[in-house]
Design a protein around this ligand. Structure first.
Ligand code: MN
Length: 260
């Protein structure tokens, strides 16, 4: 008897009409029972935002089994897990994002935010991004997804960990393989272009990060630069282990007597 097909919840922060979502669905559906629940519109850069003050609507999709949800990727994942899915998913996949989410970009990313939400609720979770904004071909990254889902089904990540995957924008035959990475600590060299609108009023437009310098060999950004698919295990626990382990003696001493 063959193994039951894993259940996959597929989401995306580029919205239900995103080509990266369609490519992911096409390849995942060969290997898994896939339900799509994703934002109705483009929601890149919203990180872990949730909607609190307006009603959430879930509308059935025509192109995939699933729903589009107003508004954010995390809203989609939360609502899917609590209400929309017929059964809990084995793996939650967020992507394929248009644009890199390695290094500190992961902190801004709605793609990573959705996968974080899945990990918070105890699910195996993958965020996957294609490292280009220009004429993206999602096909090589999409082909990796069945194997990545199988990996997490057969060798689950520990609780509180998600897998952040960054795929270089290369044809399949030029990808050099997978590399286990750490999140790069290189700080982004981004800025705002100041321009004038047609009425002469200034506006600002965020521009991309500068050249890659000062990377470590184990960095996710280095792997992508060298043509490897970067697999970065990200932890939900933000506690600084060394400072926690020292018992906070200096901090607590300094605060002694400060409580009213
Ligand atoms: Mn995006």
């Amino acid at each position: 008897m063959s193994e039951p097909r894993p259940r996959v919840l597929l989401t995306n922060d580029d919205g239900v009409r995103a080509p990266g979502l369609a490519a992911a669905y096409q390849h995942l559906a060969e290997a898994a029972e896939v339900t799509v629940v994703a934002p109705s519109e483009q929601r890149s850069g919203v990180s872990h935002s949730i909607t609190l003050e307006v009603p959430l609507r879930a509308t059935p999709l025509e192109q995939f089994p699933g729903y589009r949800v107003d508004f954010t990727p995390v809203d989609s994942v939360k609502l899917a897990l609590k209400h929309l899915l017929p059964a809990p998913p084995d793996v939650v996949v967020s992507g394929i994002n248009r644009g890199q989410n390695a290094g500190f970009l992961a902190h801004y990313s709605g793609t990573v935010g959705a996968a974080k939400e899945a990990a918070i609720s105890g699910h195996q979770a993958i965020a996957i991004s294609l490292c280009t904004l220009e004429h993206p071909d999602f096909e090589p990254a999409a082909r990796l997804l069945p194997a990545l889902v199988r990996l997490l089904v057969e060798r689950p990540l520990p609780p509180g960990v998600l897998l952040n995957v960054n795929v270089p924008a290369l044809p399949s035959e030029q990808l050099r393989g997978f590399r286990w990475c750490r999140q790069s600590l290189r700080v982004l060299d981004d800025d705002y272009d100041k321009r004038a609108d047609p009425r002469g009023r200034p506006y600002y437009w965020l521009t991309g990060a500068g050249p890659l310098e000062g990377l470590e060999p184990s960095d996710d950004l280095t792997a992508v630069e060298q043509g490897y698919v970067a697999l970065t295990p990200l932890a939900l626990d933000w506690t600084h282990e060394a400072l926690f382990a020292d018992g906070g003696r200096e901090a607590l001493d300094a605060l002694e007597g400060e409580l009213p």
